[in-house]
Ligand binder design. Structure first.
Ligand SMILES: Cc1ncc(COP(=O)(O)O)c(C=O)c1O
Length: 404
């Protein structure tokens, strides 16, 4: 007789199933963080499982723009370069003056921006720069200036989350090189630093060597598909490097990003000739993911310019609608130009917990705040439940104030 013994389910798999099930349920109400939960990788994983690559350790230890092949042959550097060459022109980089890497995150990209900027300025002037960044910019720039032991000036931001140009001017030390980190979409309010105003001030100090890095973690993904595309075009608003997250806008399923700069900046870094890799390694990391470039490449192969434009239009229209809907129930809410991030007076705890809403505070706007980042999965249908909850909260608040 055949042995009809069925093995018990693998307990590890069972535990993972429970974990995945819980996350999958939370996903539908997860609106407080800038990550696109419409993942575009189902076809990629089908291909991957049959490809043999799932049995291979692949590693992009090498420079995707080096003409000499890395000695670590099991890499996807060619795909990495293709992704960067496809994206570079969206930000005004010419193909023959483009250098970059795919990073592990937006922070990794900012780390390269600050490191490359500091080295570039040191090489040109013999002096370490001062880093200028607004108080509303992502904390990573402050952390990275600290990590790289650079002098830092934190510039106050206005109520919209933008660096205040007059405050920048007051803090500027003209006889030291300036490494300015522009926030192009602050994390909480979606404020965009006014590059023109800051550049005008810098223009009055021709003696000051300047390196401009843009932290466009979220907005950098979608601005090229909007009427605001020139804000991230270095041919219109000059900058030296830009860092963009890969997992925010593009529909990746793990942290990722990309860092773009020019060959001139790359050529003014310290050389690290590494014989075992057959490469000058300008980047900070040695081992880097070979899977992230393949996934980004897959996404770019399967998403047209029209698809990205359509997705972005949907996000920005829904964000405007959400802001109006909140204002319509007398709930204070704000939306900056170019932004998909609606910020508003903080609702009761049950709501912030249910929808995963991150907190912030600004006493110029009445105190505690929350926000919703309208990514591709945050549709009007999904927001309907949130607005119902908000309406009930607004009515409860009015009832309480009438009683008092
Ligand atoms: C403006 C900005 N810059 C940088 C980061 C850091 O990006 P990452 O989480 O990819 O390191 C974030 C994260 O939300 C951000 O909002």
């Amino acid at each position: 007789m055949a042995d009809l013994h069925f093995p018990e389910a693998d307990p590890a798999e069972k535990r993972l199933d429970e974990f995945a099930g819980e996350l999958f349920i939370s996903r539908s109400t997860f609106m407080g963080y800038p990550v696109n939960q419409k993942i575009h990788l189902v076809g990629f994983y089908k291909w991957f499982m049959g490809s043999g690559l799932n049995l291979t350790m692949v590693n992009n230890a090498g420079d995707p723009f080096d003409e000499e092949p890395s000695h670590f042959k099991l890499n996807s550097l060619a795909f990495e370069r293709e992704v960067l060459e496809r994206l570079g022109p969206l930000y005004g980089f010419d193909k023959d003056n483009l250098w970059g890497i795919i990073t592990f995150s937006g922070t990794d990209g900012n780390n390269h921006g600050i490191y490359f900027g500091a080295n570039y300025l040191k090489k040109k002037t013999g002096q370490a720069p001062v880093v200028y960044v607004s108080e509303d910019a992502h904390y990573s720039s402050r952390r990275l200036a600290d990590l790289q032991n650079l002098d830092l000036k934190i510039i106050p931001a206005d109520v919209h989350g933008r660096m205040i140009p007059e405050a920048f001017e007051k803090e500027l030390i003209p006889d030291r090189p300036a490494l300015v980190v522009f926030a192009m979409g602050t994390t909480f309010k979606g404020g965009v630093d006014d590059m023109d105003a800051i550049n005008e001030i810098l223009g009055r100090h021709p003696e000051t060597a300047v390196y401009r890095h843009i932290d466009a973690a979220l907005f950098g993904g979608y601005l090229p598909y909007t009427e605001f595309r020139d804000y991230v075009n270095r041919k219109v608003h000059p900058f030296d490097s830009i860092a963009i997250s890969g997992h925010k806008y593009f529909g990746m399923d793990e942290p990722a990003g990309f860092f773009l700069t020019t060959m001139d900046v790359r050529d003014n870094q310290h050389r690290f000739d590494v014989s075992y890799l057959n490469c000058n390694m300008p980047m900070i990391n040695c081992s880097r993911s070979a899977m992230i470039p393949l996934k980004l490449w897959w996404i770019l192969q399967h998403t047209s310019q029209e698809d990205f434009t359509e997705q972005t239009k949907g996000m920005l229209e829904t964000a405007a609608w959400l802001k109006e809907s909140l204002n319509g129930i007398d709930w204070p809410a704000w939306l900056e130009p170019m932004s998909n991030t609606v910020y508003f007076k903080q609702p009761p705890k049950e709501i912030t917990e249910k929808y995963g809403l991150a907190p912030d505070f600004d006493d110029r706007l009445g105190g505690a705040l929350s926000h919703i980042v309208v990514m591709q999965h945050v549709t009007k249908e999904r927001l309907a439940g949130f607005l119902e909850d908000m309406k009930a909260a607004a009515e409860a608040e009015t009832g309480q104030s009438e009683k008092a």
